[in-house]
Ligand binder design. Structure first.
Ligand code: AMP
Length: 561
């Protein structure tokens, strides 16, 4: 009667988990039951470890002994199968072999979209990976990072990714792989780029000015904004060496005198008694700026509000420069360039008179109309409405229009930034300053010498590396201005120190897309930030694109009440 009983097989495999260091031994025991008595078989992956099947006297018990287990068997599945006439059953265990890291592959850097130094590493537990460049730890971040792409055949395969590396990244890369059982290291040399400047240029960039006499020298010219270039060329040539200087703000800069501009320029002189100061608006490096009433300036109004800029000390040279700048400003007339009315030179201080722009500089304006306005308001100012996308486009379009004009006049601004733009009524924006705001915004500038302050966060690689300023470098700055607008006035690269900014820009990194920015606008920024100056968007194209985008999204001007 008993013999007639039939039972499906059951099977147990012990231990149920095998976690062990490589080189040790382990015995797996498989036990089965069933009627009739099932047969037992082992199935394994292709084992690298030595193994033996141990038969026992008891037919429903089998042992498998692994000797000197190999790390290559990590992850291998071992199965015990039991079968009789009525069915089958099986039990499995995965081998978890612990072993120190082994770097099997570290290859030369390859470039496709990014650069990649490929590696393959094994180890259990998964090794921690880190890198040395020329013996010093590589700090990983968004631009240099280790990425493991897949795990196959017992190995982690990945890359050290480098985003636009330059000569600074050249060198010996050592990969360190470690876990609690040990460490492995391998090195490879990587060469990404030749050093873009020679020692001479490098020292020219970091040289310290010695004193006021050097300010007018050519060495210093690139530190100063608004460079007027002769012959329609935008690139300062060696003939700039003997250039004269003008004061732009406090800074004297060389200017190639173009007879077309200066021969017939008549600067308007305003009588001191016609200027009645009302209050201080701010202080630039140039001197104090006041709100004033100016009488008899226009025929249809008795008095108008103006902004007057004072020149603190006026040596003979400074006076000459002052007049020359006044001529230059007199010749710059455009609806998106702040209007220059004239000078008052009867007595000290010397004064320049500009149209008054009610809402002050654009950077402050953006911050006051952004999400952090409460933080900036010192508790006094009531919160103002946030700028909309269309208002941002409207602002951007106007600055671009001003830049189209400057480029048509062969002027290179060199210091285009929102702090140098002014906001008037009805969201009217003008390029309003040519470098006088350095004290207030001193953190926006990088001091490379006693006097020389460079707005590096707004500068393209060629301006940083070679002090080359052109209409194309102004286009780069315009891209940064767009970024400022769409971030409500954030400082570009606010998270980085000046030295880090220099490194980032020269390595080819660009600012990230602001959260509130349309793809079309960010594409425009990217078009301004092409590394090669001649591949950047043309200022006219930029203006047209912005104009079209602005037209497609009508502006509601009630933000200003
Ligand atoms: P600046 O010396 O040009 O940096 O000017 C100092 C401060 O005066 C800035 O914060 C501006 O907001 C303000 N300012 C300069 N020019 C004008 C202007 N034309 N209209 C109104 N405010 C101005």
């Amino acid at each position: 009667f008993l013999n007639c009983r039939i039972l499906l097989p059951t099977v147990t495999l012990k231990p149920t988990k095998v976690t062990m260091q490589k080189g040790l031994n382990v015995t797996l025991v498989c036990n089965t039951s069933g009627m009739p008595t099932p047969t037992l078989n082992w199935a394994t992956c292709k084992l690298n470890s030595t193994y033996e099947v141990i038969l026992t006297f008891i037919s429903n018990l089998r042992k498998l002994r692994l000797v000197n287990v190999s790390s290559l068997d990590n992850g291998c599945k071992i199965t015990c199968r039991s079968e009789n006439m009525v069915g089958e059953a099986e039990a499995s265990v995965d081998l978890d072999i612990l072993f120190p890291p082994v770097i099997s592959k570290l290859m030369d850097a390859i470039s496709d979209h990014h650069w990649c130094i490929p590696f393959s590493v094994s180890g259990n537990p998964e090794p921690k990976l880190s890198w040395l460049l020329n013996g010093k730890p590589v700090e990983e971040g968004p631009f240099i990072r280790t990425m493991v792409h897949d795990y196959s055949e017992g190995e982690y395969h990945g890359c050290l990714h480098l985003d636009s590396p330059t000569h600074i990244n050249n060198g010996k890369y050592t990969l360190l792989a470690s876990n609690i059982y040990g460490e492995d290291r391998k090195a490879v040399f990587a060469h990404f780029m030749h050093e873009p400047w020679n020692g001479e240029l490098k020292s020219a960039f970091f040289v310290f000015d010695t004193g006021p006499s050097s300010v007018i020298s050519n060495d210093d010219d690139s530190a100063s904004p608004l460079h007027h270039v002769s012959n329609g060329s935008n690139t300062p040539s060696s003939s700039d060496m003997n250039a004269d200087a003008v004061i732009i703000g406090m800074t004297k800069i060389p200017v190639i005198e173009n007879p077309q501009y200066f021969r017939s320029t008549i600067v308007q002189h305003i009588k001191r008694h016609n200027i009645v100061l009302k209050r201080e608006l701010g202080e630039g490096a140039f001197g104090k700026v006041f709100l004033a009433e100016c009488y008899n300036l226009s025929t249809d109004q008795e008095k108008i509000l103006v902004a007057v800029k004072t020149l603190k000390e006026a040596s003979e040279n400074a006076r000459k420069d002052f007049h020359r700048e006044a001529e230059l400003l007199t010749n710059l007339q455009h609806e998106h360039i702040v209007t220059f009315y004239g000078v008052c030179v009867e007595s000290d201080p010397l004064i320049m008179v500009f149209e008054y722009m009610k809402h002050g500089d654009l950077n402050k304006f953006l911050r006051a109309h952004g999400p952090d306005a409460v933080l900036m308001a010192d508790g006094q100012v009531q919160q103002q409405a946030e700028l909309t996308q269309s208002q941002m486009l409207h602002i951007a379009q106007q600055i671009a229009a001003g830049m189209v004009y400057l480029a048509s006049q062969h002027f290179v601004h060199r210091d285009l930034a929102t702090r140098n733009c002014l906001v008037g009524e009805n969201l009217l924006v003008k390029i309003g300053d040519f470098g006088m705001s350095r004290d207030v915004y001193s953190t926006d500038y990088y001091r490379v010498g006693g006097h020389t302050m460079l707005p590096i966060r707004w500068m393209p690689p060629e301006s940083i590396m070679y002090r080359k300023f052109t209409t194309e470098s102004d286009v780069w700055s315009l891209g940064v201005v767009l970024w400022e607008i769409f971030t409500y006035g954030k400082q570009p690269w606010y998270q980085l120190s000046n030295n880090e900014v220099i490194e980032c820009i020269t390595q080819g990194r660009v600012l990230q897309r602001p959260r509130t920015c349309l793809k079309e606008v960010y594409d425009l920024m990217l078009g301004c930030w092409q590394r090669e100056p001649h591949t950047r968007l043309n200022i006219k194209e930029i203006h047209n694109l912005l104009l079209n985008l602005a037209k497609a999204s009508p502006v509601y001007l009630d933000i200003l009440g």
